[in-house]
Write a protein that binds this ligand. Structure first.
Ligand SMILES: [Zn+2]
Length: 69
């Protein structure tokens, strides 16, 4: 009984993590080449980049749209 409860908890945690990853952030993609620039980015796709020029701010991209290093 106790063991199955432990497994359930692990499964539940994985499920919650997946739920959070599937939620939309409040950010839209800053890439000029983004195919969906007006769609809010899903958490697991979020790619934050801090810019120094012209001033320090954070912009957000999809992981697939972010600047390549
Ligand atoms: Zn994008």
């Amino acid at each position: 009984m106790a063991e199955s409860n432990k497994n359930q908890t692990a499964a539940e945690r994985a499920r919650l993590k997946e739920l959070v990853g599937g939620q939309h952030s409040t950010h839209v993609c800053a890439s000029p080449t983004c195919p969906n620039p007006t769609d809010r980015i899903v958490m697991r796709e979020l790619y934050p980049v801090v810019t120094m020029v012209p001033r320090r701010k954070t912009v957000f991209y999809h992981k697939t749209c972010g600047p390549k290093m």
